[in-house]
Ligand binder design. Sequence first.
Ligand code: 5AD
Ligand code: SF4
Length: 446
Amino acid sequence: MTTIRPSMYFVQTWGCQMNERDSEIIAGMLDEMGMKQAVAPEEADLMVLNTCCVREKAEQKVYARIGELVKNKKANPDIFIVVCGCMVQQKGVPEHIARRFPEVNLILGTHNLYRLPELLKTAGNKGVLIEVLEDRPESFPDTLPVQTNKLKAKVNISFGCNNFCSYCIVPYVRGREVSRKPEAIIGEITHLAENGCKEVLLLGQNVNSYGNDNENYPDFSDLLLQVAAVEGIRRIRFMTSHPKGFSDKLIDTIAGCEKVCNHVHLPVQAGSTGVLKAMNRGYTRDQYLSLVERIKKNIPGVSLTSDIIVGFPGEKEEDFQNTLDLIRQVRFDSAYTFMYSPRRGTRAASLEDPVSPEVKRERLDRLMEVQNEISLELNREYVGRTVEVLLENRSERKDGRIVYSGRTCTNKIVSVENGENKDLMGQFVQVQITEAKTWSLKGRLV
Ligand code: 5AD
Ligand code: SF4
């Protein structure tokens, strides 16, 4: 068997922040093996595709990309192709990829990602090696590579999900919910802070159920306080929160702890109680609205964002009107809006669905229109105000002007025009907002 030794790698990522974090882990492991990250995929002899399967579109993009790489491989047989991530955790998918693209070298599941270095050494350049586990092994390592040169870092606090929302594939491909040891989380964050990290994003499919699986662990509120005690960390973000089990204690903790950002990503998914029930979300429209009321009342200036699905099987015009009405009541700062996509193996996939794709498309357009209007109105309220921004990007415009950008505590993107002649990267600055757009703000340093 011929084995090749790649030296330059490129990781391409689809999907959510969890996948982005996994891609950092992959990059960290490959760096530790002595490989270098390529700036462009064309320069790499190892291509890692970290995939998503939450909607069909994501999967189609991955298949198209594998096809392209396989074509390149015909001209350059030394390219090593790894396909990993959520998509390959689905039953039958690894075998399907292997049959359709025998040029792929390695297919690796989400539960044994950490075996990549060892498998790269053994996988040959002939035949597809499939390494996918059904479940997360007990022995899953608690310390995985972190990139230490970062201002902002993502930190896993839990893996998997127990909610089984009827449309969602995540519990099937990421397994049951397991909280990470608090010492491992705090250890990682301390290490990051010692290396200059100022902001952490705590990641879990359902962060507010952190610790529910182990009575010796703190609950999510107490974990936030432990993270806040780490010296050097100035901002703590977290996602995703689930409306079910979002406690008053958590609201008080967010309100009371200055380091915890005033932003809650709280997916509502639908505005009609009937649809929420069919989605198995575990709350009614009224319960969601009352939670939002408590959050807004107790956390002044909080920003709320959401995920919303239109066209769930059997969603009637009246249900959809309820969703529009809910977003007008809540006034989310922004929302990710999706058209329902049936996922094989989920409960909703077997539901009858009389709603046509055209009707769904039209509902999605109407939803986005209403939401964009609200986003712009809320952003306009910022004009004239002075806010704290952590500057994380610096770019030079064609005319030579330097423009910095960063985010507010409420997660608004702000670009700052008058930063010339100063090195402001990584700094917290006060910015007066001068202009509002739908998805971002502009301002001047004060
Ligand atoms: N179809 C459309 N959207 C989905 N999401 C999850 N599963 C599906 C699906 N089958 C959306 C949900 C979730 C976000 C990450 O993706 O809104 O919160
Ligand atoms: Fe999917 Fe629901 Fe779990 Fe979110 S909470 S990952 S939507 S099953």
